[in-house]
Write a protein that binds this ligand. Structure first.
Ligand code: SF4
Length: 365
């Protein structure tokens, strides 16, 4: 029997410009590479259908910037597979370059959720992040999505930036809420190895301020909850019923299939990562049974359990206590410290515990 898959991720590795903190597989837009990518994805989709029983329930187009493709190439991408059968179909977009034409195309294809990479509103924050948009572009992108009738909108934000204390971050959150999104993802800036940001830190030009980050994290919970968002994961906040099904499927340990250069899949106890280079991805997808994998491993029960703990602890659902058998003393200690609480057979982190989620996970693995 072919393994069933309901959660799909498609990695579109193109951006109009490259941000200094980003470590996702991506490259600048170039016409021939985009054609390669689409041909490769077509071939990979054919392989996927042979190997798996795919009934898309939650589909996520990430990147890169899927909407950086021209309208005609975006249309080709949309038509490669019946993505629109899914209950939820998210497409990531940047505010610059996203207007009524692309919004209408996505809506007509059945996209249910637009995830906008807003990141910040203050010009100095946007400049530091290497972003090209401004407030007006953000507002106009949100308006285009609304006018086209895309049902849900997420705004991505980043905190922990230079000269960003509680007052500045609060004003960013208030500006985001004023746009009435259904969902907000707020991530702390993270210096990933090999990025320009990591080099800046090595050169001593900037360094993250952990204390400020903790303050802003707790502020985020307070402000967004006051605006009616549910903090259903450490970095993710949703209006009631607007939680991202794709994220929830991954956090709960469901199998998922990643397509496109650099995409990761975990299906039936196997995990693999597609080759990152777009040209090699396309060539191998077209000439071999499937795109080349640069990593491949067996993903055993112990590894899946570890991931369930790491990911589950970050969510408002927490973990079923039976997952944590043998850790009674540790759980009691975490409750006593005010980092966790027990409720209806589950163990959940408090806001203070969420600040130390990785440390707690290490204690429970
Ligand atoms: S737009 Fe997004 S994917 Fe592209 S470089 Fe910037 S952060 Fe990375």
């Amino acid at each position: 029997m072919k393994p069933p898959v309901e959660t799909l991720y498609v990695h579109v590795p193109f951006c109009t410009h490259l941000c200094p903190y980003c470590d996702f597989p991506k490259e600048r837009l170039a016409g021939n590479r985009m054609r390669d990518f689409l041909r490769g994805l077509q071939a990979e989709w054919a392989w996927v259908q042979q190997e798996f029983t795919v009934s898309p329930q939650q589909v996520f187009f990430g990147g890169g910037t899927p909407t950086a493709l021209s309208p005609s190439l975006l249309q080709e991408l949309i038509e490669i597979a019946p993505w629109g059968q899914a209950k939820e179909w998210t497409v990531e977009a940047n505010p610059d370059g996203f207007g009524p034409t692309k919004a209408a195309m996505l809506q007509a294809a059945g996209v249910t959720r637009l995830s906008l990479g807003v990141q910040a509103f203050r010009p100095e924050d946007l400049a530091w992040l290497g972003r090209r948009h401004d407030r007006a572009t953000i507002r106009s992108a949100v308006a285009s999505a609304r006018q086209a009738g895309i049902p849900q909108i997420n705004l991505d934000l980043i905190y922990g930036l230079p000269n960003q204390g509680p007052t500045e971050w609060q004003s960013t959150l208030e500006e985001a809420c004023a746009l009435k999104p259904d969902h907000i993802s707020a991530y702390v800036i993270t210096p990933e190895a090999g990025t320009e940001l990591a080099s800046m830190i090595e050169r001593g030009e900037w360094h993250p301020d952990g204390e400020n980050e903790s303050l802003l994290f707790l502020l985020t919970q307070r402000i967004l909850e006051a605006h009616g968002f549910n903090a259903y994961e450490i970095s993710n906040f949703a209006k009631p019923g607007m939680e991202c099904l794709h994220h929830q499927a991954i956090w709960s340990g469901q199998d998922y299939l990643g397509m496109g250069p650099g995409a990761v899949s975990t299906v039936a106890g196997r995990r693999w990562r597609n080759i990152r280079d777009t040209g090699q991805y396309a060539r191998s997808a077209e000439t071999s049974p499937h795109p080349d994998h640069e990593e491949e491993e067996v993903c055993g029960a112990q590894e899946r359990r570890t991931e369930r703990i790491l990911l589950g602890l970050r969510t408002s659902l927490g973990l079923a206590e039976e997952t944590l058998q043998g850790h009674e003393i540790c759980l009691a200690e975490l409750v006593q410290k005010g980092w966790g609480r027990r409720q209806d057979g589950r163990f959940l982190l408090t806001p203070r515990g969420r600040l130390r989620a990785d440390e707690v996970a290490t204690m429970l693995i």
